[in-house]
Write a protein that binds this ligand. Structure first.
Ligand SMILES: [Zn+2]
Length: 417
């Protein structure tokens, strides 16, 4: 189906005009490299409390966001923690999360066990149950022997969370959204785009001041991939800044409408998945045919909002995490509705964040990711906004805030007519 032509503009027009076909009232978008996103089987963990009777050590995965598939004694001080993805093939987003405790205070060596082909990625984050603060286990307590990683952790009778990244469940997210928009109901409209496969809410904040008719639309997405909480932390600051009621924010929202989806894959998040939804699919490969309910309903919400109120989608930011901070952009710029946005935005970020250098990787999406959907389906600028797994959390807050402010400043000065 993909037509190879020499001129970028022709490719763009061809993709846009020829390859968009109607499917159940939603326009599908064809990509060069299709990905099968039909529902697949997943291997769910058994929810239980593991009891190592002779050691008097216990572990549990009985909470949302937990991931623990086995817990076995190796010797008097060492325990094997068994971790395995929901299905394969899958990226090495080797997520785990459980709580552990012991009858008497003692030090345990936790040996992380992954299936062949996968390896330890995230240094353990620790938090006493009931406490607010996470700490990262220090390097001195992490030992690597070939492919096996062991973490030395002190246990007491009070359970402690041991987790690949900070736990942010769907309930945590819904609660955060409720507190964020409290008192702002006159311009932040809380809706649901629909429900996930397992019936969890897919909330959307529809944000604008005055009449929403014909306002250009900015779309904010996140949590397609469950363990990628650092991208979510940036998303939180980004959205908070849009809602901080400064002059900048007020002027921006008089001119633009924002559709903010704070959790696209609540099932995967609560099931402690490495990457996929409850349908065993990477939702960020489903932006072509929308086989999964989460993407289908979110796409329907965005396109309905755009059509009904004659507002063009101009920009889509999808917040993720990876090994480093990076912005994945499309190379096609001229034909989009904001041809100069990316260059202006990146220059503004370097000017306004101390010692900050933008790390951009540009390439036109070939697989059905949201970034490509914005480009080919909407002629909008699509960016995958990635934060590093280990980026210091206070730096994430700064970057989240400044990226939001500078986006608003640039867009206010764009003439959209
Ligand atoms: Zn991701």
């Amino acid at each position: 189906m993909y037509i190879q032509l020499n001129k970028k503009r022709i490719v763009f027009v061809s993709l846009f005009a020829l390859l968009i076909v109607s499917c159940a009232n939603l326009k599908t978008v064809v990509f060069k490299t299709p990905v099968d996103t039909k529902t697949k089987k997943i291997h769910e963990q058994i929810k239980k409390t593991y009891v190592l009777q002779d050691m008097q050590v216990f572990a549990s995965n009985e909470f949302d966001g937990a991931h623990l598939k086995g817990f076995e004694k190796v010797n008097d001080s060492t325990i094997k923690v068994i971790i395995a993805p929901e299905n394969t093939p899958i990226n090495n987003s080797a997520y785990y999360s459980f709580k552990a405790w012991a009858k008497e205070n003692r030090t345990i060596y936790f040996q992380f066990n992954y299936p062949k082909g996968y390896q330890h990625r995230y240094p353990p984050k620790l938090k006493m149950v009931g406490s607010a603060n996470w700490t990262v286990l220090s390097e001195d307590n992490i030992f690597k022997n070939g492919k096996i990683t062991t973490a030395k952790i002190h246990l007491t009778k009070e359970p402690i969370f041991i987790s690949a990244q900070e736990i942010v469940s769907s309930t945590d997210t819904y609660n955060w959204v409720a507190s964020l928009i409290k008192g702002k109901e006159n311009y932040v409209h809380y809706n649901n785009a629909g429900k996930s496969r397992l019936g969890k809410k897919l909330p959307v904040l529809d944000i604008y001041r005055g009449d929403k008719k014909q306002k250009p639309i900015v779309v904010l997405l996140t949590r397609q991939h469950p363990p990628e909480v650092t991208g979510f932390f940036a998303y939180q600051e980004f959205l908070k800044t849009i809602l901080n009621e400064s002059n900048l924010s007020t002027n921006f929202l008089k001119k633009y409408r924002v559709l903010a989806f704070p959790i696209l894959n609540p099932d995967g998040v609560d099931l402690g998945h490495w990457r996929h939804n409850a349908g065993g699919v990477d939702t960020n490969r489903d932006w072509s045919e929308y086989n999964q309910p989460e993407i289908r309903q979110v796409v329907r919400y965005i396109t309905n909002a755009s059509k009904k109120d004659q507002g063009r989608i101009v920009l889509g930011l999808d917040f993720h995490s990876t090994y480093e901070d990076v912005f994945y952009t499309n190379k096609i710029r001229k034909e989009t509705r904001l041809p100069t946005f990316i260059n202006k935005w990146f220059a503004a970020l370097e000017a306004n964040i101390p010692n900050y250098k933008v790390n951009e990787k540009a390439g036109n999406s070939t697989k059905p990711v949201s970034k490509g959907w914005f480009l080919y389906g909407q002629k909008a600028v699509g960016i995958t906004y990635e934060i590093g797994d280990k980026t210091p959390r206070d730096k994430i807050k700064l970057v989240g805030k400044v990226t939001s402010e500078e986006m608003m400043k640039i867009l206010i000065n764009v003439n959209n007519n």
